[in-house]
Design a protein around this ligand. Structure first.
Ligand code: DX5
Ligand code: ZN
Length: 221
């Protein structure tokens, strides 16, 4: 049985006080730091790149779970690996030869993840399932933090959990988008074990540490 992991999405944090935010989530028990990399082409927003990952690496010992919402990710995975990424997740929509990219990520010493948008069928990642260390199911259309979870993605988590179990895979099953105290239990029941949370952690009324505590209780409980 996989352990349950909370991965706060740092893009929702107060970047002007990033060191304090990282310290707060780390001391509250966050397991990973989820880094949403967006290029303004695959998704409308532009966020951060390898330099930001490198600075995070210097601030925290938590694994950096890098989510590449970018076109032609193969051109950039080496820079992110060198910057200190622990995991690199690519979108199936951006990789014509997905197994090749997954193998390249692993050759760089990172764990490899694949992710898919809500409108992309689960069957699209079948070729990568035997190879990956992680599958990320987007529960919102990527590009913005603070959106509502799309309920139709819950059955996709169930479908991919069943596929991973059939393969006897130990891959993590991660969900990203609109995860909060209400939706986390639904995704956990559906078979997810890694939970990305941006607003639910960093916009928590009692601060980021309280946000982590609230979700960790549910994820681990
Ligand atoms: C979407 C981003 C967001 C972010 C989480 O492109 O990937 O899902 O990580 O943001 P919240 O938890 O606020 O939806
Ligand atoms: Zn993400």
């Amino acid at each position: 049985m996989s352990i349950n992991i909370l991965a706060p999405s740092i893009i929702a944090a107060d970047l002007a006080h990033i060191a304090d935010e990282v310290a707060a989530i780390e001391s509250a028990g966050a397991d990973w730091i989820h880094v949403d990399v967006m290029d303004g082409h695959f998704v409308p927003t532009i966020t951060v790149g390898p330099l930001f990952v490198e600075s995070l690496k210097g601030m925290s010992k938590l694994p950096l779970d890098v989510h590449l919402m970018i076109l032609e990710p193969e051109k950039h995975i080496e820079a992110f690996a060198k910057a200190g990424a622990s995991n690199l997740t690519v979108h199936v929509e951006t990789c014509p030869d997905l197994p090749h990219v997954i193998k390249k990520i692993k050759s760089l010493g990172c764990t490899a993840g694949v992710t898919l948008n809500p409108a992309t069928p689960a069957s699209s990642i079948d070729s990568a399932l035997p190879l990956v260390d992680l599958v990320l199911v987007m529960s919102v259309v990527p590009g913005f933090s603070g959106q509502k979870l799309m309920p139709e993605t819950i059955s996709k988590v169930e479908e991919i959990r069943a596929k991973l179990n059939a393969l006897r895979s130990n891959a993590h099953l991660e969900v990203d988008g609109g995860i909060n105290a209400d939706t986390l239990p639904l995704m956990k029941k559906a078979g997810a074990n890694v939970f990305v949370a941006g607003n639910a952690v960093f916009k928590h009324p009692k601060g980021s540490g309280a946000g982590v505590n609230a979700l960790k209780e549910i994820a681990i409980g």
